[in-house]
Design a protein around this ligand. Structure first.
Ligand code: NDP
Length: 330
């Protein structure tokens, strides 16, 4: 008898109406790739929420197993870089969008897409970081490349109680930055302070239409929110500062002006995790191994079973999730 495994499957009917269900698949149902992995942990990111709810066209091939990241153990490989028993992590590369993803007990992908599980981290730890946390690390590295060191002044993190935000606050504070955390959830102030935020500000201070320039408040920032929030963050960035744009929780628009760029020399640094080159990924995961306080991973993540994924996907797009959600496979 063919062995089957549990997977979430997003399908579309003739009227292009999307539906989602739990299904049993066999390894023969997996897509092409040279490495097969037993998925031990995965996670629900904002993008996974969009994929499952259908609120944005994240899934572009049907039927598809969503889940943009996973960690697990190689069970079979014809790629010379990997062998059975290796512990691996995957983010992006269209997995969970056009290639079957992490919301299944088995995955098959190109070996070139995989990175080694950082030393000292379990698959669960890696998914407590997940794509959101790895994007936070890419953002911090971009700020560093731009010379935004802790002595330059405070850095702001928007969407601070979310996944990208929580990990960004944790990393930046461990590296010695004075972190200003912007959140719409004042009840999460203690949580954010526990992660290392030095100051908490209300999201309302940044969410209305921005002036071209405002009082200089920070040397840099990690923005997971976009729209008016990013415009305000830019207008409040001090001379020569830099802000990373990595998310769109408020909106995809950027109703800003060129004033911060041409009058204060501010830089806007774009962050993409999906197609980030392998060298950058390896560096980011290595830095996650060293520059994130792993003791904080349990504070910033909630573990849940596979069967809770679909409900969690709805919660995350409604902004109800704090920190990171980790799914441990049975
Ligand atoms: P989460 O939902 O965990 O966090 C988003 C946070 O944004 C929320 O927790 C909330 O924080 C804040 N927020 C939500 N709605 C609004 C709103 N209307 N106005 C202002 N703030 C709002 O998502 P993730 O952290 O996983 O992802 C954050 C963003 O980053 C998403 O847009 C995601 O698509 C993007 N992303 C991009 C990647 C890339 O490659 N560039 C990779 C990974 C994620 P609070 O309650 O604290 O205010």
């Amino acid at each position: 008898m063919t062995e089957t495994f549990k997977a979430i499957l997003v399908s579309r009917d003739e009227e292009k109406k999307q539906s989602v269900a739990v299904a049993e698949l066999a390894e023969a149902d997996l897509m092409e790739g040279d490495v097969t992995i037993a998925v031990e942990a995965t996670t629900v990111n904002y993008k996974d929420g969009l994929a499952i709810t259908g609120k944005a066209p994240v899934v572009r091939r049907f039927p598809l197993v969503p889940g943009i990241d996973f960690a697990g153990t190689v069970t079979a490989s014809s790629n010379s870089n990997w062998k059975a028993g290796d512990k691996v992590v995957l983010n992006g590369w269209g997995v969970g969008e056009t290639h079957h993803g992490g919301f299944a007990e088995r995955a098959r992908v190109k070996g070139d897409w995989l990175v080694p599980l950082p030393e000292g981290m379990s698959p669960r730890d890696a998914m407590a970081v997940g794509t959101a946390g790895y994007t936070a690390m890419l953002s911090v590295m971009a700020l560093e490349r731009h010379g935004i060191t802790p002595d330059r002044g405070p850095v702001v993190v928007t969407g601070a109680a979310g996944g990208v935000g929580s990990v960004a606050v944790s990393i930046l504070s461990k590296l010695g930055y004075h972190v200003v955390a912007s959140t719409g959830r004042p009840a999460e102030a203690d949580y954010l302070k526990e992660l290392g935020a030095a100051e908490i500000i209300s999201r309302d201070e940044l969410s209305a239409p921005a002036k071209p320039l405002a009082k200089e408040r920070w040397a840099g920032g990690v923005d997971a929110v976009g729209s008016h929030t990013l415009a305000n963050v830019l207008s409040m960035t001090s001379y020569g500062g830099a802000v990373t744009a990595c998310g769109l929780a408020q909106g995809m628009d950027l109703p800003s002006s060129v004033a911060p760029f041409i009058l204060r020399g501010v830089s806007l640094l774009g962050i993409d995790s999906v197609m980030a080159p392998r060298e950058l990924r390896l560096e980011a995961w290595k830095r996650i191994g060293t520059d994130l306080d792993h003791a904080k991973l349990s504070a910033l993540s909630t573990t849940m079973p596979f069967d809770a994924i679909i409900n969690a996907a709805h919660d995350i797009v409604e902004g109800k999730v704090r920190g990171r959600l980790v799914v441990e496979m049975g």
